[in-house]
Design a protein around this ligand. Sequence first.
Ligand code: ADP
Length: 681
Amino acid sequence: MRHSPSGSAGLHPSAKFVSQRLALQPHSLHRPRRQGSQNGLAKSSFGERSNSNSPDLLGLLAENEALKQEVAKLRGIPKDQVTVAFSIEDYEQQQQQQQLDLEGEAASSSAQAPPQAQAHQAGAQALGRTDQLESGISWPSFSESPPFWKRPPRHQALNLGEGRAAREVPQDPCSFHIIHVTAEMAPVAKVGGLADVVTGLAKACLERGHQVEVMLPFYECLPEEEIADLQHELDFDAPKGAMWDGQMRLGSLRTQAFRGRIDGIPVILLRPDWRECNIFQGNRIYGGSYNELEAYLYFSRACLEYLLISGSQPHILHIHEWQTSALPLLYWDKYHNDGLKRPRIVLTLHNLDNSGECRQEEFAFTGLPGEMFATIDKALDERTIGHNPERLCLLKGAIIYSNAVTTVSPTYARESLSGGAAGWLQSTLAKPDLRNKFQGVLNGIDTAAWDPAEDAALPAPFTADQWQGKALCKRYLQMGLGMEVDPAKPLVVCVTRLVPQKGIHLIRHGIFRTLEQGGQFVLLGSGHADGEFRSLAEGQLRDHPDVRLLTLYNEPLSHIIYAAGDFVLVPSMFEPCGLTQLIAMRYGTIPVVRSTGGLADTVKDVDASEGDPSSQWNANGYTFVGIDEGSLNYALDRALQHYRDQPEWWAKLSQRVMRIDSSWDLSAASYVTLYKQIASY
Ligand code: ADP
């Protein structure tokens, strides 16, 4: 094994909890109230008082006043500019803690803690001071309503990123005008990784000096308060077919175009007239009561119509997934001839599972007849040849009509060309005249949005060098979910859509295997298999102190879970890229993954004998290949064992994976090279 434990090297030998009197912020004062994390819950240093059943609130407040005065004098500032960290919240917290203590829910004290717990605590303590971090946390309780992830985790904000040197972003010599056309965009219209990729790539290209815009449906559920400078720009009639008395009739749909900025990225939002249709209405991105195929065919056409009317001539139209796949067909066979001359088209395939099947008459929702594209060299679905009627496949058409086609990792690209990942579309991708325009570009993640040093969703920020906040995040999650508070128990997390692609049976098995091995498991998932996990949570695993299965979608909670976890489980049956393992590593959480697609590109087993030692992805997690339970056990068992037996080695691994550069920098450079190859000037 290559991962032999390295003793205590790397841990600060003399580090221990040191209480401090004055806080780092100029005008705030922290009391020396936490004396270590002895029982998983912090103990107040106001020992005599907090041991009493009725803490003297007035006494504490009077003491606060005295301290305020002292600091004001020391700093030469008015007393009311001094804030004291020990406040009503602390008092309530103290009470809460006493309650928990009384109920015996706190973990055992460090004197009683098993040696591994002490090692994990010591690791956390040795890597920095915990008291400042701890003092600002509003510790959660299981009985809290609304739940803890719906309110700020700290009553005193803390940002470890302040003062950090700004990241230097290389500027590209040529500047392109790029418009992404997409059904999803993080954070306002996110269902999965597509949304993250659009926002991350758009931001990275903006930073490199390009002009970038995103065209997105103006879904009814978009939170308008998160769209800066939202303004109505123009109204236009988008040509559109509509079913009327069982007949497709060609007409148009009045459409409003809005402009604004989402997460700093300029956006163009298109909204159909809701007096005439219910397209994009409802409280979710997908699954409204409208016809989805009709909605995105309309949207693809409306985007081109908008560009023509507004006179915009971007260099690149970057489209994503089947939802926008009609666009290249409409562009090259119509709009390019109508005067929209400059754009060239890049298609990114995020998941080949849904190829956009479309009957010929349905294509007429775009306002153009489907027969125009029903030939083998265009969009005809080859599986339907000889059927009556023959169908179209939007993704096939887009692969043929786009100037360049990418998918989201090199391995998934290979699997699409030679394995089964692309299904019948493999023959289209592998056609000699198309093969050269297809490549895999590994996704990055938005390292500003996923930054444990500055993440406002976390109870305690942390970095690879100041790592102690991670242990506090774990304790916070354990407390908030009412689990056993124990730093020594390996915590396996899984954040996922609950669909067959994600390996539902292995997630289920992973839960039980983790429990058998003395670990803890937290699942945050939503999707088709919600019911299965909900019944586990409410039945067999109900009240189990080591497992919580949360069948919901919640972004802030996902941040806390990534930060709190020791391991993230990603047992996907196939995975074009996978973002959860990248995000988890950014938060020091070690991936346990099935080696497929992008997971195979980004996670290499710590025990593998071959690998590229110079690669940042080398020896950074645990992998398995088979789709059976035994294969998962092989990876998971080793992970849990290493965590227990070699805590210091594990801590270093966690810190090392945090330093991996998974930003969009490299991937954006690859996309810009691609744009350069196909752009028309
Ligand atoms: P996919 O796009 O196939 O769902 P990815 O790994 O590419 O998978 O991206 C998943 C994204 O969705 C990640 O940002 C992940 O954190 C997020 N996510 C998935 N499920 C949930 C959930 N239940 N709650 C919050 N975020 C989730």
